[in-house]
Design a protein around this ligand. Sequence first.
Ligand code: ADE
Ligand code: ZN
Length: 350
Amino acid sequence: DANDKFVLELPKVELHVHIEGTLTPELRWELAKRNGQTLKLERTGTVYTSLEQLRASYTIIEPRPGHSIDNAEESFTFFEAYYGGFEVLVTEQDFFDLAMNYFRRAAAVNVRYCEPFFDPQGHTRRGISWETMMRGFRKAQQEAEKTLGIKSNWIMCFLRDLPVESAMEHYHAVLSYRDMVIGIGLDSDETNRPPSLFAEIFALARQAGFRLTAHCDVGQPTTHDNIRQVASVLGGSGAERIDHGLNAAQSQELIQLIKKNGVGMTITPWGYLRHQPVDEIFPRIRTLYEAGIPIAIGSDDPPYMEDCWLLHHLLLAKKMCEFTDQDMATMARRAVDMSWAPEAVRADIR
Ligand code: ADE
Ligand code: ZN
């Protein structure tokens, strides 16, 4: 309807999307075929013999505290499903196709600039070279700018559930791709892996001029501490962005800290529905917005979230937070300002 059209046509940036998290079952099926691979779920040995079966594997049923799952054999945690997809990414062309598929979808909803995350450790540990990965990403980035008019920079994320030494090795390796990687982030399973473990690397990265961000997953028991660390000490004086961090809305102290330090937040509303009650999520988003904190709505891992791409996340936030068109435009403008695009690019989008 008319409301959708306004949000659809707003010039946008997208600052929270994992490129590997945009791998659709259709593309995964195609790449597996091209690479001569059989798709199977390692844990159970289940072989996917049709695209429909593969599609069904994107339905994530996570164990929740106090709940048991009937068919535990056939249910996945998000991370199992997500990392399961990596195996089809083998050649430069695979990385190119993955990224182009995302850029096309983003351009279709008027995303003019984006900063996708990528997880190199998930590739190098399978024996994929940096060159294969980065050449594919670079070609896609150039092709997307030329043919779709969408500009981008990459954010390398460390898998926080792997040893710090591995992160350090990958930090040194990414220095050869400094021209296309603008920032460093922190993702994967946050359980017992606070940002402080990576303090030394983030400090090095800051000194080298990388922009910094880190995931503070919604509902983590230690999330308030983690938010405090990211907003005030990571990299020496705090990161510039927090990915998620929604629980900050519960604390005036954190809201003030985030405002004082000029930290922006990336929010992916659909993903929170799996873990949190609706009446906690949306009032919190509204609280952050009203506090004047810059918020960039992102899509995180669309095919793993009931196929919710950026426009869905935006419309969900609009509806559930009762944002007006004016609010949506304000939010989009603040997101442009919190992006790490050169000022000329930002001015062009605003
Ligand atoms: N890596 C990819 N998607 C992620 C998410 N939603 N949370 C943490 N790490 C991720
Ligand atoms: Zn994420």
